[in-house]
Each structure stands twice: as structure tokens, then as C-alpha cells.
Design a protein around this ligand. Structure first.
Ligand code: FES
Length: 109
């Protein structure tokens, strides 16, 4: 299996489920390719803009793991909307274990 299923909940509550998300791609790339509202990825995945900010569903937090130091610094820049489950979509590299992953798009900065 080289693809998996991920679901992103847009800000208005609409759910977008992608059934052929490529393993090894970032969640941001997959979201943009599928037109998910609110995932802009303005820095192209450089961990610098936070326009790919998502909240990882509680049941997936252990699988996805915590942010690295650089990602944390970028998230600090939008600390008014970060939560314990905040991650940058460009830093979530999809792996087999993430089949079924569910996240919500964070509010605008
Ligand atoms: S795309 Fe810019 S931080 Fe993720």
C-alpha cells in the first residue's frame, strides 16, 4: 500500500477525506493538491509561515508526535491560536501508521 486515507476538517466544519494520500508526502502537500480550504502553504513547506497549521485529533497525537524545535518556533509566532495538538501540516510526513489520520484546519492567523 503506497497511499492512505486522511481527513481534514475545514474551518466551516466541512470534512474533506482524501483516499489516495501518498506515503512520504507532507500533509500540507496533500491538502493543497486536494483543494482543502485554509491550508495555504505559503512558504512551500519551509516551516516558516504557519499557513498550514492544523490541530491533530487527540487519538492521533501519539502517532503524529510532537513538533521539532524549528516547528515549535514557527508555531510560537501564532501562539494566540496554538493548542497542545498544534502541528504544521508541512512537517507531518505521511507514513503507513497514519492511515485514517484526522486533523482540523486551524483558524487564520
Ligand atoms: S507551509 Fe509554511 S510552515 Fe508549513
Amino acid at each position: 500500500m503506497s497511499t492512505l486515507k486522511v481527513t481534514l476538517v475545514e474551518r466551516d466544519g466541512r470534512e474533506v477525506t482524501i483516499h489516495d494520500a501518498g506515503i512520504g508526502k507532507s500533509l500540507m502537500e496533500v491538502a493543497k493538491a486536494n483543494g482543502v480550504e485554509g491550508i495555504l502553504g505559503e512558504c512551500g513547506g519551509g516551516c516558516a509561515c504557519a499557513t498550514c497549521h492544523v490541530y491533530v485529533d487527540a487519538e492521533w497525537q501519539d502517532v503524529v508526535g510532537p513538533p521539532e524545535v524549528l516547528e515549535e518556533m514557527t508555531l510560537d509566532g501564532v501562539s494566540h491560536i496554538t493548542r497542545d495538538n498544534s502541528r504544521l501540516g508541512c512537517q507531518i510526513v505521511l507514513s503507513r501508521e497514519m492511515d485514517g489520520l484526522r486533523v482540523a484546519v486551524a483558524p487564520p492567523q
